[in-house]
Write a protein that binds this ligand. Sequence first.
Ligand SMILES: [Zn+2]
Length: 601
Amino acid sequence: MSVIDEVKQRTDIVEVVGQYVTLTKSGRTFRALCPFHSEKHPSFFVYPEQQSWHCFGACNTGGDAFSFVMKKQGIEFGEALRLLAQRAGVTIPSRSEQDTRKDERERLYQVNEAAAQYFHNLLLSSPDGEKAKSYVAGRGLLLKTIVDFQLGFSLNSWEALKQYLVERGYTESELLAAGLVVEAETGRTHDRFRNRLMFPIFDIKGRVTGFGARALDDSPPKYLNSPETPIFDKSSSLYGINLAAAAIRQQDIAVIVEGYMDVITAHRSGFNNVIASMGTSVTEKQVNILKRLTKNITLALDADAAGEEAMLRGVGYENTLDAEVKVIVLPSGRDPDDVIKEDAKTWQYLLEEALPIVDYTFNVVTAKLDLTTARDKSLAVGNLLPIIAEIKDTVRQAHYLQKLARLVKVSERSLEAALRRTKASQGRRGAKEPARESVTHPLHPLLSSPIEEYCLALLLQNPELKAQSEALSPEYFESSQNREIFIAWQQANDLSSVKDKLDSAIWEHLDYLITKSLPANQIEQKYTSCVLRLREKFLRSLETKREAVLALEAETGGTAAELAKLEEQGIEVSIQLGEVFTQKKQMRSVAKELRNELRKR
Ligand SMILES: [Zn+2]
């Protein structure tokens, strides 16, 4: 998370504004005399839910906590950030510290890349690699696959890799940090991977983050992975994601298997949307990575572990994805590698027959039960009801409650009552968990704005769009960091001067936008559609705020003049919204495509 996001999360706009003006709570908003213009009747409002403020009086403007402090103190974004960071107890690493950390990570990627290349060459062309070569040939892998996955071989030596890399200018401490060497008790270091078939693990950007390694002799363990390093975290790695991402997005479905060889065999047979969970059960972080590519995930589970895995985590994944997860169960004792190799059609068939994870769990639970007996009926309810209670989607929850009622031949109403009790007890259990963050700074959910980011990324990456940027106003960007970047971009001639104009704290966010992957077609139309959506979002949010104020004014007896003014502003907003709709209608097809792209992000 960026420092800016961290500060945002720990900052409450009501507290911040409350330091400068006297706020009065009215309904879900807070109001005050505007600190930016002189007035007798308060028209300045703070909205805790949106973490924003707006003045409906002479200013007729608004923003977030950052823009409030900037305006009030007459300071730049960077200063406002430091002020709010201090209040929130967040330390901002200095630019040089940030650079150093980034450089260190960069070196780790480089040293891994060099090691992967070294292992790969050994497999392809060294006499020592023959054994590994015949192993992969025995698994039916051709040269193309070996090259695609950059498979490699580590020599049966304690220092071969170390020497090779040190000669190329890497330090021992860098090798240690990358997990390529191990420090013995004597303080000496030696190669971690020896006499093994090497599987480099890439991230979605194609950078080598770590290695998996299979023993070619009897040395335990059979599979050895890189340890956790600043760039390698097993729980957020997906083997094969660098090669699978495009297919997953295109086919709109991802299949998760367990082993490296399963992924390789699948790809070799043309199933390019397959990735592996790194031998552990699938994690929330992995689901989050996939979520940007597709909502459709199928788990290919091992017959032995399948039931438990599905029951324990399935619904959690579904809630994260906001979609159904499916399961295929492999024939006992077989892994995807075997199944696909024997007959690719079987794999295809299994995928087509994949079961929704909750249905599958029903099967697992009831398989061992005799549902004509009272005892087993109550066992089924006892096992399945907590799972149903976890489902956030109310329609699907109702569906499975009906299914359970039919299964155990009990009325749905009595199960509903039991479900409510289960939910209540799950809720209590949740409440008892100790708060992870300090009590003085409760965390606010980050209100992310994909449309703001998409629009900015389009602008930054396509200089030719500058000519048509008048339709955009800085006001449309509610998040201050986006607003800052937009303003800098308006004033700058090229990317490097955008950077020069910005506080270094925003650079990370800027880099993210500049490198964000975007579609290459219909750029101009998508940009226009984006601007429309942004404008619509801005107007709607303004409208919601204005309505809240209007209701309040009517209640508390605002003067006729003020009511009239608010009405007038409302009419203006309606007219503008009308314009947006007319234009949106004209470009419906682009808008639809844009919606799909945003959904996948
Ligand atoms: Zn004002």
